[in-house]
Design a binder for this molecule. Structure first.
Ligand code: ADP
Ligand code: ZN
Length: 588
């Protein structure tokens, strides 16, 4: 059997390569260099780990993130692969000992921070290693750190040109999840990788299901939502600090494992919230977007936006934090018409010098929220990629119904006009439904000709209609006073009889049918095993494997090999225990 395929199955327990993995692996195996651009969770690690195992010598992996290095080493060691890291968490004596074993050729993979690699003594050590046992390859993780003007610039990365100067014949594989064309160019130049050796994957996140819905008022919905998740592990983004604190208090009162994070907290409070989030598997972070950069927790099962994000780009980045391990994860956006209005106002329509730019960003975002097509297709198109319908988002599962709402739109526009173009959604809907609130009485709005002309539609439809009118530019948030106003385009509907089609969402619930007692039992088994062996949970088995085990319920050892992520080593060590957990759940 082909050595590359046999390692994929026996060591990693995967049945097939993902995306560009195989191409990259064969290219590097044969001695080529590579720049690999894949979204987070795309499977970059395998691109250097498999060549590291099939080529002669030790692979040197350069990574700036200590926590990630440690996690990778744990994962590899659990699979019986000799891997180690040299980093600032070790003392001098430990480092010497590891270096001796490195020189004896005892490791297949060695992880080092860039500053350590660049020390003259270390380069010498690599030379000796190269002479004695060989170096399989250099992997440069987070390679975008090389870009001078990029957001994560690291000066040490620029000095990595030493690699091709000293070890010209050894393959260099650079990996990153974010690099625009300019940054890609800098990486290619800095590491002397040729133009043809660039492997750019799609930015589709196949395991991520997007779902948008109206934000319910009651907090109970939030706790219900969390209870329905396969596991309480995720991030909830709220737009303001006070909202974060309010949601946090509510969830704590309900006994949920919640943490909070925002820029108003002290440095120490934020640090400890961050640590607690990273250290616990089942915990929910409620945060403003200040909680963002550098979060790398791979097994988050959901991200919920409680309110609109700032832009579609931000939305992609923020939702992308869910499901980095490749297992099913969901991205929820809960918002209402008022949010849309506020966003438009906050970004200063008609006030800022970047007005056109802002307006564009807001309307792109609002458009995304109301457009009936597949959410992923829409999102990725804005990132410059054409993709196919995902099949798992709310729209794919439950396509919206199109309704000719031209007449209703005319009614609403005229209602906005007659009430003076300064009232918000709720008041307008009350007028059109004919509800005599005190405000309506005091403004005399019950005497408008549009009072009660929309009684045959439920409030929900009117809300949708307003939102869609807003998203499509037929009305806008008024800049100097609260409320909705007409635009130059309103007349297209009012007078030119332009058809207005309303898209009414189907039931937007994303199924999380995997939440079963067996899955819970498997989760508990993994937690205690990880605790006993003192390794992170994903080093035992990843979420995806547990989900498959819960679904397929294998009952004999030889059925275990169909489970993704169960390599030979894992099956030998844990197979019997897993079968026991499954059997005991089946009988109870
Ligand atoms: P990243 O690109 O973010 O570094 P990783 O290499 O950590 O991504 O991979 C993300 C997840 O996908 C991991 O849980 C990994 O085990 C899983 N994975 C990678 N390759 C495959 C594959 N060929 N089949 C199934 N799962 C895979
Ligand atoms: Zn879809």
């Amino acid at each position: 059997m082909d050595p590359i395929e046999s390692i994929l199955a026996s060591v990693f327990g995967f049945h097939q390569f993902r995306g560009l993995q195989e191409q990259v692996i064969r290219h590097v195996f044969a001695g080529g260099n590579a720049l690999v651009l894949m979204p987070t969770g795309g499977g970059k690690s395998l691109c250097y780990q498999i060549p590291a195992l099939v080529r002669t010598g030790t692979a040197i992996v350069i990574s700036p993130l200590l926590a990630l290095m440690h996690n990778q080493v744990d994962v590899l060691n659990q699979r019986d692969i000799a891997a180690v890291s040299l980093d600032s968490s070790q003392d001098e004596q430990q480092m010497r000992a590891i270096e001796q074993r490195v020189l004896a050729g005892q490791y297949k993979l060695l992880y080092v921070a860039p500053e350590r690699l660049l020390q003259p003594g270390f380069i010498q050590l690599l030379r000796t290693l190269h002479e004695r046992h060989g170096i399989a390859l250099f992997a440069i993780d987070e390679a975008h750190c090389i870009a001078q003007w990029g957001h994560d610039f690291r000066p040490e990365y620029q000095r990595l040109s030493i690699l091709h100067q000293c070890f010209a014949q050894i393959p260099r594989i650079a990996l990153t999840a974010t690099a625009d064309l300019l940054t890609q160019k800098e990486i290619l130049q800095g590491l002397a990788i040729s133009e043809q050796e660039r492997f750019v994957a799609s930015f589709v996140r196949p395991n991520l299901a997007y779902a948008l819905s109206d934000r319910p008022h009651a907090y109970r919905h939030l706790s219900d939502f969390i209870r329905k998740q396969p596991k309480p592990s995720g991030i909830i983004y709220a737009s303001t600090r006070s909202e974060v604190e309010r949601l946090y208090r509510q969830l704590r009162i309900l006994g949920m494992p919640a943490l909070c994070y925002h820029a108003g907290m002290s440095h120490n409070e934020r640090q400890s919230a961050y640590r607690a989030f990273m250290d616990h598997d089942q915990v929910i972070m409620i945060a403003t977007v200040a909680f963002g950069m550098g979060i790398d927790k791979r097994n988050l099962r959901f991200v919920l936006h409680h309110g609109l994000p700032r832009s579609l780009e931000a939305y992609y980045q923020e939702t992308g934090r869910a499901g980095r391990d490749g297992a099913f994860a969901s991205a929820h956006l809960w918002f209402n018409t008022h949010d849309a209005l506020l966003l438009q106002q906050r970004l200063g329509i008609g006030q800022s010098a970047d007005n056109a730019h802002h307006q564009n960003r807001v309307s792109t975002l609002l458009h995304f929220t109301v457009h009936p097509e597949c959410r992923r297709v829409n999102l990725l198109r804005h990132l410059g990629e054409n993709s196919l319908p995902c099949g798992i988002c709310d729209h794919c599962r439950n396509p919206p119904t199109a309704l000719d709402a031209t007449e209703a739109a005319q009614k609403m526009l005229s209602c906005i006009y007659r009430s003076g173009q300064r009232f918000g959604a709720r008041h307008l809907i009350n007028i059109i439904l004919g509800i005599r609130t005190p405000a309506i009485g005091s403004y005399g709005h019950d005497r408008l000709s549009t009072f009660a002309i929309g009684k045959d539609w439920p409030p929900y439809y009117w809300n949708l209609l307003l939102r869609q009118l807003l998203a499509e530019g037929f009305i806008l948030g008024n800049a100097d006073q609260p409320g909705l106003a007409l635009t130059t385009r309103s007349r297209e509907i009012l007078f030119d009889r332009k058809a207005f089609i309303l898209h009414i969402p189907g039931d937007s619930a994303v199924s999380t049918a995997t939440h079963t007692p067996l899955l819970q039992a498997l989760n508990a088994w993994r937690a205690s095993t990880a605790h006993r062996l003192n390794v992170p949970e994903n080093a035992i088995l990843e979420d995806q494997s547990l989900i498959e085990l819960a679904r397929l319920k294998p009952s004999a050892e030889d059925e275990l090999h169909v489970i993704s992520g169960l390599g030979l080593q894992q099956t030998q060590r844990f197979g019997a225990q897993l079968l026991k957990v499954i059997a005991s759940c089946a009988s109870s």
